[in-house]
Write a protein that binds this ligand. Sequence first.
Ligand SMILES: [Fe+2]
Length: 404
Amino acid sequence: MEVAVTAMRQGACDFITKPFKVDKIVATTERILGEWKLYGRLAASQGSDVSLKMLNAELFKRLQEIGSLHSISTEIDRCHENREMFSRVAGMAAKLLPVNEVSFGILEGGRLMIKSSVGVEGETFPVEGTFFGAVADGREHGIADVGAPNPYTGRPLESQFLAIPCLVGNDVFGILSLSGKGDGTALSEEEVYIAINLAKKIASKIENNALYEVFFNNIVATLKSLIATIGARDSYTKEHSERVTTYALRTAEVMGLGPEDIDTVRFGGYLHDIGKIGVRDTVLLKPGGLTKEEIGEIRLHSVIGDQIVKPIRFFDKERKIIRHHHERYDGHGYPDGARGEEIPAIARILAVADTFDAMTSHRPYRAARTPEHALAEIDRCSGTQFDPEVVRAFLETVSGAGMR
Ligand SMILES: [Fe+2]
């Protein structure tokens, strides 16, 4: 779309997006030739005011269309979740085209389940034997004319009804439908073209999101297998990571963190000790007390974890949490001695969850402390070792979870 806008600014008459049909080239070329003839007539008549105004209006309309297409294309690109995109599709189409009724639905169990709509009542519609079914089977857009049964209500249509299938691979994933053109006229070729391009953009974004999800899940699976290798050496670290994640998630919810941050808590919690993979068995699994050097070696796990996750571009936030989960609120932690707000909020949450679990777990060199003891200790260290706000939320979750 950006290339198209730049090209139009530099003097291109129009643009065609790939893949295109020969008909489209012919129609576009004919229209451009028509415009050139109009220019010619205009030049011959040395500029009639009326023609010039018409031409200006046409030009303004085209610019507005391109601008809207561009902003909607950007809006779709920003939707990383299909659900979010689906909920906006109808509004986008209504903004782009002069229609009063828009719906976007996905095909599920032989029905069209509406995900977003403007001016359309109803949440699901039958597909088999209906206009929706014909469009889905034909994998091509279709127009139902005035008088044909309205696919939503069955009553005769008072304006044209356009339905466009969204193809993902070879399958029809959903249908974008538009009807009720405000001025009662038939849909123009350009309007149909814009709607088809919107449906194509949605389909390609669904495909991208699916690829991203597969890719993301692969990374998560790889990281989980790394954690499993720690589990094989040191079952405590694996179980500890799972419990810390549970405590941290509860705390994050009480603190009102958004869904994206909650995801970061989940991965960050699960991976926070991944760097222990780089700590020698003789130190990691040592049953007794540790020497100063050995403590130094264990402490390196937060930096090693940071290095392990560093090459994975999508885990920047998690990386910071892994690095900083042993920082203290008063700046006396490690590895960077970061303090207060300098420590990422989720790392501050993990610090509390981590300490609580470490204290209440049985270790070869000391018995587990009672939850009451651990909670009193966390409360005592509020404002020094821990962020007071996190401590408050954590205590609230623990009392709610019946751990007192
Ligand atoms: Fe740790």
